[in-house]
Design a protein around this ligand. Sequence first.
Ligand SMILES: Cc1ncc(COP(=O)(O)O)c(C=O)c1O
Length: 209
Amino acid sequence: MITDLRSDTFTRPSAGMLEAMLQAQTGDDVWGEDPSVNQLEATMAEQFGMEAALYCPSGTMSNQIAIKVHTQPGDELICGQHSHVYIYEGGGIAFNSGVQTKPIESDRGMLAAADIVAAINPDDVHKARTSIVSLENTSNRGGGCCYEWEQLEQIRAVCDHHELALHRTVPGYTTHWWLPAKLPKPTAACSTAFPYASTKGWAVPWAPC
Ligand SMILES: Cc1ncc(COP(=O)(O)O)c(C=O)c1O
């Protein structure tokens, strides 16, 4: 057996997964009539304590949609200089949302609340309106580092105070169930948007988020 450690995406669906796909009930999702998608979205929303969930076939798509719905063209997004949304999504934030990005220094992908405060633009007609903070937990380029619960609470407080959305992309969640004991509901509820990828580590042959 070959163990490929290049990425947690190097996984293949098992025979049972493929069989489950073959047997899955299907329907027209545009009309809300795909029972499998409906069940997945309802389960995810319930599990993470969110108002609703939206199935997307990739993590990139879910990030882009989350940013789009929380911003207006001309806004500014704060994120880490190593974050996936900044370096690996093809300029999608600019293209899809018309939003400019302010990447800031981070400690192995983790942003400090004080640095976020310092990066928020003043209410000035010359400045882009800061409207969203994007976190990555765990951090891909940070070597899989993750936030302490207290750090997330501090950042949540900053976002509340400045009326900013908090987008938190969670690529490796399924491989990190051992993280804070408070997972999963409060962790998700700490965020305005909570993209969650189940390809990573589970070998799921698509990426519902
Ligand atoms: C933080 C983060 N966001 C998004 C993605 C992209 O996911 P996908 O390949 O499903 O678009 C990744 C992939 O590793 C990721 O690490």
